[in-house]
Design a protein around this ligand. Structure first.
Ligand SMILES: NC(=O)c1ccc[n+]([C@@H]2O[C@H](COP(=O)([O-])OP(=O)(O)OC[C@H]3O[C@@H](n4cnc5c(N)ncnc54)[C@H](OP(=O)(O)O)[C@@H]3O)[C@@H](O)[C@H]2O)c1
Length: 338
């Protein structure tokens, strides 16, 4: 079967997203190489990959099917690269790719935020780096086991190099849509991701956090600032939730019983799912706050305005290592002067 498919995929940064999407492609018969850290690759070498989702999907990739390495293998000639490191690691990972891969190799940046593809292009100018957006949440739930806890379709900037992959991704259960301009979609996702710092500071699973109005009010003001900055910049964020992006803050501010009714789709989340920023805080790792709230602050400043509550979020995340106490809704609202 793999003979009919475009030649291999290389996953740069085999973590949660890389193992889930790369593993899904491998389960569909694509040759996949994972470049990652010893902890993750050791688990994959021993257990293979078990991929599940909230609709009951279950794929098993046996140990030995995936090629594993800690660095980009010399002489690697993948037909497609999936760049799946966190934002802070983008430049270094792209430079490693650029040092080994032929000019023009397509690299799909499956990362949150707005600027990762541009950062990667700067570090590896000869590669064809394309922005993409992952709409769903994936969590590592055991050794080599990854679970997709929400639903959605991948999106990427249209490019001839990606078109042959659309059917392959569809067959692998990770469907991807190509768009002439990804920026509105990236901003649509970023608006939703503004919940990540609120979720991380709450210390709660996503669903429990979203069911507390105080946390939702904090998220609503972060979105208000982002929407105002987007308006000024003339960017219309894409609708990725059940309602248009502009209506989200008002819905978030509803009393919880009403919110439950109106936002049923938004609440279709596994009971245990948390934002990966929550995991980063818990494990003392660098967070992607600069790629989220930092983008809002920079966009506002580029318009001659400010986004002080997004700036406040950055401050609170950065102060976490000293504090390490979860924020109640009341404390967070007071800190944000709401
Ligand atoms: N997880 C989700 O549900 C989700 C959903 C949508 C979008 N995203 C986005 O997807 C991107 C990836 O997130 P993730 O959760 O998959 O991150 P992750 O689990 O931390 O995976 C990234 C992996 O890449 C490794 N890595 C970093 N630099 C490397 C290098 N030069 N060579 C080899 N390995 C390297 C990291 O190791 P170290 O930890 O040692 O750096 C880590 O193991 C982020 O932008 C995130 O925002 C995630």
């Amino acid at each position: 079967m793999s003979d009919e498919l475009p030649a291999g995929v290389l996953v740069m940064g085999a973590g949660t997203i890389g193992c889930f999407i790369g593993g899904s492609l491998a389960a569909a018969g694509v040759r996949v190489a994972l470049v990652g850290r010893p902890r993750v690759l050791g688990d994959v070498a021993e257990h293979g990959l078990t991929l599940t989702d909230l609709d009951g999907m279950r794929h098993q990739v046996l140990p030995g099917v995936l090629r594993l390495s800690n660095e980009v293998p010399a002489g690697a000639r993948p037909a497609l690269v999936l760049l799946t490191v966190k934002s802070g690691a983008t430049a270094e990972a792209a430079a490693e790719l650029g040092a080994v891969l032929p000019a023009g190799t397509p690299v799909l940046s499956l990362q949150n935020g707005i600027s990762n593809a541009a950062v990667a292009s700067q570090a590896a100018p000869k590669l064809n780096i394309l922005p993409a957006m992952v709409p769903y949440n994936v969590a590592e739930i055991g050794a080599g086991a990854f679970h997709r806890g929400t639903v959605g379709r991948l999106a990427a900037k249209d490019d001839p190099a990606l078109r042959q992959w659309v059917a392959v991704f569809e067959r692998a259960g990770v469907p991807i849509d190509l768009h002439p301009d990804l920026l509105p979609i990236q901003w649509g996702k970023l608006l939703l991701n503004l919940n990540n710092p609120v979720n991380a500071l709450s210390g709660l699973p996503l669903r429990d956090e979203l069911l507390q109005r105080g946390y939702r009010r904090c998220l609503a003001v972060l979105m208000d600032e982002a929407l105002a900055a987007l308006d000024k910049a003339g960017i219309a964020p894409a609708q990725l939730a059940a309602v248009p992006a502009r209506r989200l803050p008002a819905i978030l501010r509803l009393p919880t019983p009403l919110f439950r009714l109106v936002a049923a789709r938004m609440l279709r989340i596994d009971a245990k799912a948390r934002s990966s920023m929550a995991d980063d805080l818990a494990l003392g790792r660098r967070t992607e706050i600069d790629a989220l709230c930092g983008e809002v602050v920079r966009l506002a400043e580029s318009n001659g305005t400010r986004a002080p509550l997004n700036a406040k979020m950055i401050e609170l995340l950065q102060a976490w290592p000293e504090r390490k106490t979860r924020w109640t809704p009341a404390h967070l609202l007071a800190e944000m002067r709401l």
